[in-house]
Design a protein around this ligand. Structure first.
Ligand code: FRU
Length: 326
């Protein structure tokens, strides 16, 4: 007999359509498959904070046992997340934060440190001198604020490097490209573009091409995803110079959720590691990723075999019962 669902986890995602968040959901599903008896109810707010608020409300009305949330913007999402937490529902915050400490656990990399690491790396790349254009994420979302603050800090010792332009690309390739195409003159005087994610870094590459700018302008992004269209591929094909790895935390969020539901202790802050990826280590990263994916495929094959055997066994039991009765 199939086990009944023991727990329902509600997952409120700020946007689900980009590669980074698809990877996050994939990681969550893999981890969930190791824990039968738990159901994930998924809601995608498609970049809208007001939509996300009503989706969280909907999840709460469904009486989920635990809420996982990546808040689109910090401030607008704070009251509803506080309300959930204060009513006794455990909350796991992933990647982006609210403006409050009312949550059970946070899972994600340290965006301030990532910004700082990017600043230090860029300072080396520019040999201590040059003009930078910074393409930032969505104004009110926490990684934008933290990456920007960290980046400035990482550049502090380089007095001959200046951030000459800052624009918002809202995390989106289309928005970043639209803004960049209006900035021809500024781009002519730019030596390096730092984008808060690789999607916007790829917009920079395309804008430079469309504007016919021939000057060598280095491009550095964040995320460094494997796979088609990911940052690793962009580094390999020299579309961008470097990217800071930003792990999605999908697996860790689900395992934190299981610990919480099982009344086991969890750390409040679960900080994931990052590193700089450029042409010197991109091949290594790709090799590791390929190895990981092939192991993952093996696990999936084994799971399929197991469930085949289980249903064979269940059928045999039915036949046995029938035999006994007749
Ligand atoms: C994906 C994304 C990533 C970025 C993160 C910040 O939606 O824009 O590219 O690193 O969100 O929250």
């Amino acid at each position: 007999k199939k086990k009944e669902t023991e727990y329902v986890i509600g997952f409120s995602q700020c946007v689900g359509s980009d590669l980074w968040r698809k990877t996050m959901l994939e990681e969550m599903k893999i981890e969930l498959s190791l824990h039968p008896g738990v159901k994930l109810v998924y809601r995608d707010a498609n970049n809208s904070s007001s939509k996300q608020i009503s989706q969280v409300r909907e999840l709460l009305e469904m009486n989920v046992d635990l809420l996982i949330i990546s808040p689109n913007e910090a401030r607008p999402l704070t009251p509803i997340v506080e309300q959930a937490y204060n009513s006794g529902i455990p909350v796991v915050v992933i990647d982006r934060k609210t403006s409050s400490s009312a949550y059970t656990a946070y899972v994600g990399a340290d965006n301030y440190q990532i910004g700082k690491m990017a600043g230090q790396y860029v300072s080396g790349l520019l040999k201590g001198k040059g003009n930078i254009m910074e393409i930032m994420g969505l104004p009110g979302s926490s990684p934008t604020i933290e990456r920007q603050r960290g980046f400035a800090e990482g550049l502090q010792k380089s007095s001959n490097i200046r951030i000459t332009n800052q624009i918002y690309g809202d995390w989106l390739k289309s928005h970043a490209e639209r803004e960049l195409l209006k900035m021809r003159n500024a781009l002519d005087a730019t030596d390096l573009i730092f984008a808060h994610n690789d999607q916007m870094a790829s917009a920079a590459r395309e804008a430079l091409y469309k504007l016919g700018i021939k000057k060598k302008i280095a491009i550095v992004g964040i995320d460094a995803l494997p796979g088609q269209g990911g940052g690793l591929q962009m580094i390999e094909s020299k579309l961008i110079d470097a990217s800071m790895l930003y792990p999605t935390g999908g697996k860790e969020a689900i395992s934190a959720a299981f610990h919480i539901l099982g009344k086991e202790p969890v750390l409040k802050e679960n900080i994931l590691q990052s590193l700089v990826i450029d042409s010197s280590n991109v091949q290594l990263m790709k090799l590791q990723w390929n190895k990981f994916s092939s192991q993952q495929r093996d696990i999936e094959r084994q799971q399929a075999l197991l469930s085949e055997q289980r249903s064979l066994f269940e059928n045999q039991q039915v036949i046995l019962n029938v035999t006994v009765v007749t």
